[in-house]
Design a protein around this ligand. Sequence first.
Ligand SMILES: O=C(O)C(=O)C[C@]1(C(=O)O)C=C[C@@H](O)C=C1
Length: 335
Amino acid sequence: MPETADQPPIAPDHAGDHAPAHTPQDHAEVYSFLGPSGTFTEAALAQVPQAKGKHWRSVNNVGEALGDVVAGRSVAAMIAIENSIEGGVSVAQDALATIPDLRIVGEYLVPVNFVLVARPGTRLSDVKVINAHPVAYAQCHLWLDANLPAHGHLPSSSNVAAAASLLDGSPADAAIAPPGIIDHHDLEVLAENIGDNPNAVTRFVLVSRGTAIPAPTGADKTSIIAELPDDRPGSLLDLLEQFSTRGVNLSLIESRPIGDSLGRYRFVIDADGHISDERVADALLGLRRFSPAVIFLGSYPRADGRHVDYDHRYRDEVFTEAREWLKGLTAPPGE
Ligand SMILES: O=C(O)C(=O)C[C@]1(C(=O)O)C=C[C@@H](O)C=C1
């Protein structure tokens, strides 16, 4: 069972499948996720085969989830990293940039859509304050601006926590929550499908520490965070060239403030391919030579399973042949 004994699970039975009833002593048996039970994060964890039957520890925020991994309370934590409407989840990107030795070992996609719920008897016109997770709130702007233009926002640690708090003294009048919420809480739906885009998807990553890099599958992704060397024209172009000259496609590049002074940024990058691919390894070597700080976050199978296509000039054999050629040129005569 997930540790949220006070919250009845609203997710399908996956969460409790064969799970031990007590908190296990062995951290390898524990997975941390943003709770309480019923969150999209829990739905992402339900996609992890090795987490089935293990203890799922419900936590209140990304920092707590990663803190569990660092302190050895859990073997891995599931965190939201990117949303198709809102973009990168900055708290997650910043945590991965600053907490040492974390590794992404898998990614998972969860379609997200939202309902507006309230205590029974509430009318839409009664709603003044809405409780919602900031990332969920940001995905419902169009509906909120059109229907409740004067509302106030009370941030919550998760969507399920937002909804549950309405029955537990919250000063809010309504909450943004996953559609299944009313099956387990005495709440009424005031509006359905309030997300700005019905096809919204959140990308989650499973983060661990001290674990082996997952084997290459041919449909992999490599996540990196890198800083630019100095404040000179063209350094971002130089960074991008490390990838383009090796035929490596980038599926994500976002800047985040480093935080030490205005205008200093680090770049969060997802590259197609695995660190064991010659072209990706060579791009990382180039990046390492050029950037003052490179964090390798991991190589792992893509959630969409899409095979990585690249020009034949960047095949492993081409790199190997070129290296052998160079070795031959510098070998002592007669060898
Ligand atoms: O997992 C949940 O249900 C959450 O409330 C968190 C979270 C997030 O952190 O991005 C997850 C997915 C949605 O995009 C909105 C919120």
